[in-house]
Write a protein that binds this ligand. Structure first.
Ligand code: C5P
Length: 415
């Protein structure tokens, strides 16, 4: 990070004292740090301490004529490689989400085309308030990077999430973003489902399908290779866990939905699992016995929850890009397009799983990417290559408003 320039916005909050430590850590790593202090931030730390540690002028005032002539607010962000807001209060996050510019800090944040990292800190109720949830979702959707607050005892005598991450963690997030050749999905969280589900009939029998998990697992690995933090929710499969991915193993669709919901928030969700559409209404608690001469038992089935549709309807928690799969044996395109709208997905990866294709359980896949923009047909490829291409396509599509793209250089679309 040596030689990189960081514009550090310090907003008001008891955690503002930690900004002093952050400045010290960043300076020690060779970063130039320029501080912008809000009025409220100035109640907790003084411009003088920040100036001494950053060895730079500290900016506080939107209407200082000297500052405007020497270094206007546009210039402040132009001179930086990265803008960091730490601590970020509920108020400044709301201003950023709403596009308000009523002081120097919010104006700089609105005027910038540079990447922005926020480290929120606030009372647990403010952090969990639907307004803050919605603001965070908006900011993430626009490509703002987040160092999530931690859980613990707070200055206000409450307990929960909302404590500012420790300065070394914020410095590490900054380093990851500024690393040369930083990966395009660095700092993003991807949720992937993979494999079949098993729906119990009794303790020894279940309803299943032929999904191997190869494609979903390969997608999880490919997203991780592009720098994403990946949570893979996997049904019962025999393929190995991909390296560098957090794996949550489940059996049933209901457990898969639970695991997906508790993995949110996520920026990207890829639902590659072949979830059983139905489960037995009342699985027997003991093994169902064959009775000589008796008719086979009738299985009363009820529908499983649709995981993709549920997560795609998760309001402010909806991932920015939701990708579903359509494995069909008939009317592939019509079915895929129907799923796109019915399930509120952004893309459907459609593949023909008729037995003669050898795709289900096989090593190759031939897919079409169906979106509102049209249909893209890919050649038949190894499942690993489909995964790599899909992960790259996801990184390109998110593009994070072009903000990250110009900074990391153009994404490589040749893969
Ligand atoms: O309706 P169908 O099962 O064909 O839809 C396929 C897509 O929906 C896949 O992305 C699959 O992972 C997802 N799905 C789901 N939960 C279900 C059924 C399907 O997430 N219960």
């Amino acid at each position: 990070m040596s030689g990189k320039r960081i514009l550090l916005v310090i907003s008001g909050g008891i955690a503002a004292f930690k900004a002093l430590e952050l400045v010290r850590l960043l300076r020690r790593q060779g970063c130039g740090v320029t501080c912008v202090l809000t009025d409220n931030g100035g109640q907790f730390v003084t411009p003088l301490s920040l100036q001494a540690l950053s060895e730079s002028k500290v900016y506080t005032d939107l209407f200082s004529l000297t500052d405007e002539s020497e270094m206007g607010h546009i210039q402040l962000s132009r001179a930086a490689d990265l803008l960091v807001v730490a601590p970020a209060t509920a108020n400044i996050l709301a201003k950023m989400a709403g596009g308000l510019a009523d002081d120097l800090a919010s104006t700089v944040l609105l005027a910038t085309d540079k990447p922005v990292l926020v480290a929120p800190a606030m009372n647990v109720r403010m952090w969990l308030h639907p307004a803050t949830r919605a603001n965070m979702a908006t900011l993430k959707q626009r490509g703002v990077h987040v160092v999530e607050p931690t859980e613990g005892a707070m200055a206000c005598n409450e307990f929960g999430p909302g404590r500012l991450a420790e300065p070394p963690e914020i410095a590490a997030a900054i380093a990851a973003l500024l690393a040369p050749g930083a990966k395009p999905l660095a700092g993003r969280h991807a949720l992937v489902t993979s494999g079949p589900t098993h729906e119990p009939i009794d303790p020894v029998r279940y309803i299943a399908n032929r999904s191997s998990g190869k494609q979903g697992h390969a997608i999880a690995a490919a997203l991780a290779a592009l720098g994403a933090r990946v949570t893979l929710v996997a049904g019962p499969v025999s393929v190995p866990d991909p390296a560098g991915v957090t794996v949550r193993r489940v059996e049933t669709a209901a457990q898969m939905l639970d695991a997906c919901q508790s993995a949110l928030p996520a920026d990207i969700a890829v639902f590659a699992a072949a979830v059983a559409d139905w489960r037995v209404e009342q699985a027997a608690t003991g093994k169902i016995k064959k009775q000589p001469g008796a008719a086979p038992p009738a299985l009363a089935l009820i529908p499983n929850p649709d995981i993709l549709a549920t997560i795609a309807a998760a309001g402010p928690l909806r991932p920015q890009l939701v990708v579903g799969f359509a494995a069909e044996t008939d009317d592939l395109m019509a079915n895929a397009q129907g799923k796109l709208t019915r399930k509120n997905a952004d893309w459907i990866v459609a593949n023909d799983v008729s037995p003669e294709t050898g795709i289900m359980g096989g090593a190759e896949n031939a897919v079409h990417i169906v979106s509102a923009a049209g249909i893209e047909t890919w050649p038949r490829l190894a499942k690993d290559d489909v995964a790599r291409r899909l992960a790259q396509r996801i990184a390109d599509a998110l593009g994070y408003g072009g903000v990250i793209a110009h900074w990391f250089g153009s994404p490589d679309t040749s893969r």
